[in-house]
Design a protein around this ligand. Sequence first.
Ligand code: NG6
Ligand code: CA
Length: 502
Amino acid sequence: MKILQNFILSVFIFFILASSWAQQVHPNIVIIYVDDLGFGDIGVNGAIGVETPNIDKLASKGINFTDAHATAATCTPSRYSLLTGSYAFRNNAAILNGDAPLIMDTEMRTLPDMLKDAGYRTGVVGKWHLGLGDGNTNWNEEVKPGPREVGFDYSFLIPATGDRVPTVFLENQKVIGLDPNDPIIVNYSTQIDGYPVGREHPELLKQYADDQHLDAVTNGISRIGYMKGGESALWVDEKIPFVLTDKANTFIEKEKENPFFLFFSLHDIHQPRIANVKFIEASTMGPRGDVIAQMDWCVGEVMNKLEALGLAENTIIIFTSDNGPILDDGYLDYARELVGDHKPAGPFRGSKYSVYEAGTRMPTILSWPAQIKKPMTSDALLSQVDLYASLAKLVKQPVKKNDAPDSENHLDAWLGKTEKAREFLLQEAYTYGLRMGSWKYIQPKKSDEVPLWIVNKFVDPGFSTEVQLYDLENDPAENTNIYKEHPEVVAKMEKKLAEILK
Ligand code: NG6
Ligand code: CA
């Protein structure tokens, strides 16, 4: 009898240990991907004029990284790299219009595919901007290929950007709320007889915009691209944060019994920045600051949901952004005039579209209460392209021969166990940057002429016909080009860059 009792007890203990081991190996993973948020745009990194209590709370329980990067200074390339572990240049991934086909190869083993192999349920909620369909997209039927074909069990999407048509949500690749008698037509090259056009009807607009953003007007906002139909399906910009947060939390609730991976990709703080009235004047900076507060609220709601379901302890939250900040990207919301003493890029030079540090150096926080017990700051040099191999290591999945060619496993650095991470880090903008420790190399261009569309945005893109070399340890703002003093460093970095780009 005693032997039997002992046996049952041991089996019981074994199962408890095994299940706790399985939990540690398979924590839930939530990537909160903010759009166009700069390094300095959060409280813990010194924001002035707006508070981000939820993000600060996340940092107070996790690791705040000072040198973690998106792979590129624009959205589509960074997202592509995050989800594939491959640099964007390999696939010419550049900013896409709303009618572009899916740019990810459905044969690729993506980050969500890999996590599915490890037993995860996978979902994406929010901005997609990786193309949808095959190039002849019919928005009135299921749009394929899309997130499902690249590894997501569930999707709820803004197809491209808030400033591009079609301005409708897709759930599991079908437009939500569509009336079949009012089909959607989208055109990016020719004006069609559909929604009025902002260029002709400025009186319809809530916010004026530059000529690139003066096409179809929906919900009082002019967009890039022309559109007709789908009126019952149009989103209301002021409600986007609520809709997306609700969908994210519904996914979490539904998958609470399984390990899950949620890619929560916010529309904020991209333009058009149209805060809900709940957040108007939440900052001293006008709409751009108000949508930072709005974004922080979304983060808090997800944290609260995880807490309420008892999942917070064993969920990894990675909070970060897809490219650097920009004040004036086309809509007249006075972000530049109202910014005051706030430094969206923190101490760094550049912005969205720029090869200088601010283009890719992202606010980045990782929390995992079960493993990370005390808050810390890490200066590890990390790239979002490494999340693939690092998370594969965590969930004990192989990275196979053709998977994630640019992804390096730096799990220990992501978990704050070491600051030793990348030796070299590529930065894709309208030229290339390369980091090697605190050295920063920028590839020269044939001409340093800046295209008008960039000039108009007050961007400092980093173009020069000369090589640029900066020592970020002594010159974090990339002010003094010292390439002439360090020919051996330049030679080493040029060689490496050529190797990567080959
Ligand atoms: C650019 C748009 C800009 C923004 C950006 C995408 C013009 C002149 N500019 O082409 O407004 O939508 O694309 O931003 O059209 S991103 O964060 O998704 O990369
Ligand atoms: Ca972006």
